[in-house]
Design a protein around this ligand. Sequence first.
Ligand SMILES: *[C@@H]1O[C@H](CO)[C@@H](O)[C@H](O)[C@H]1NC(C)=O
Ligand SMILES: *[C@@H]1O[C@H](CO)[C@@H](O)[C@H](O)[C@H]1NC(C)=O
Length: 397
Amino acid sequence: MRNRSKQSKEVDHTVSTPSLHRGVEKELDLDQSSGLCLRILALLFFYAAFLGTVQYLHFWLPEPVESTDPNHPEKFVAGNAIRHMEALCALGVRNVGSRANEVHAPEYILAELETLKIEASRVGAELEIDRQYASGAFYLGFLTDFTSVYHNLTNIVARLHWPGVSHRHAILLGAHYDSAWNSTGAVDDAIQVGTLLEFARGLLAGPPLRTSVVFNLNGGEETVLQAAHGFITQHRWAKDCRMVINLEAAGAGGRELLFQTGPGNLWLASAFLRAAPYPHTSVIAQELFHAEIIPGETDYRIYRDFGHIPGFDVAFIMDGWAYHTELDAPIRFTPGSAQRLGENYLATIREVSEAPEMLMDPSEQSYTAGGVWTVESGSRGTVFYDVLGVAVFAYSL
Ligand SMILES: *[C@@H]1O[C@H](CO)[C@@H](O)[C@H](O)[C@H]1NC(C)=O
Ligand SMILES: *[C@@H]1O[C@H](CO)[C@@H](O)[C@H](O)[C@H]1NC(C)=O
């Protein structure tokens, strides 16, 4: 039996081999091509899912909060910031030297600060208000090298502090209310002025900070960073500022980008990654900026280079075609953008004020090491980026 079966198998084998072989080959061909199809499909699916996720996260904005919640008055309210933006834009184009910029915008901001001052004394804090007229000159290596001269530019400055807190350790917050030619500057930079006023309200409604907060709402940025220079080199509160958060725009909204930090101060990037609920940041933007590929500068540079303080430079960059044109109008701004930036940086301010580095003397910090401060010595110290807007990584180079 065994033998027979073996034989018959052998016979079967020899007989069936050619056709069987061809069948296997065909099957293999089919397997191979359907396998390839599957792989291509899987790859396409992967890219579609990845692109979809990235697109979604790129355009996602939180629901803008319309008005102050009586149960949580310390929370950021985009609606308040937007109302300030609309009021400033209603004054028209605010070029340096124009009546709108030198008289009406300061009047509006001062009136808002006076209201906040009353609120401050009600909660046992203090808001000091100052109007600085600054004149000066400085050298700037930007686009081409030049010396910039200015006369009688306005800074509206406010200082917020709580009882028992030293003036000598302040967080500086900056934005500008002047606008570019032929533009009412809704996003660049009226919304950011509104955001800082809303920060003041939110901070007063929340627990006291361990440091004071200085606001510089300046009236001369578009003439190339002049008023910020007047503040940081001449104002009596400037030397107390230990770090700066500068709010800017080079577009019409979207999610804000933290595009410069440091120089080399990892504690700042760490505070941001701990605090910000919706982080978005990339060291690549900073590298492009320093390589002068992007022909733009912000007040951050002035605070850093003339005030020798580190900080954060933050900007709206989506829809850059509206930047510095008459299209930069309130109607084009996406309200969720203000909510997103506001929640991120109000939390960051609170976090930074807790940092032990805020209480150090500037000389104890790395950015003044050796008494010589240069961009090269410090800025390349920190690597930072977010992954899908979900997590931030920051570490020293
Ligand atoms: C500076 O500007 C303010 C208004 O913006 C004006 O009242 C003042 O007279 C000016 N001062 C000088 C010295 O030009
Ligand atoms: C910009 O300039 C154009 C042409 O002069 C003018 O019609 C328009 O009103 C200006 N827009 C703003 C916001 O100033």
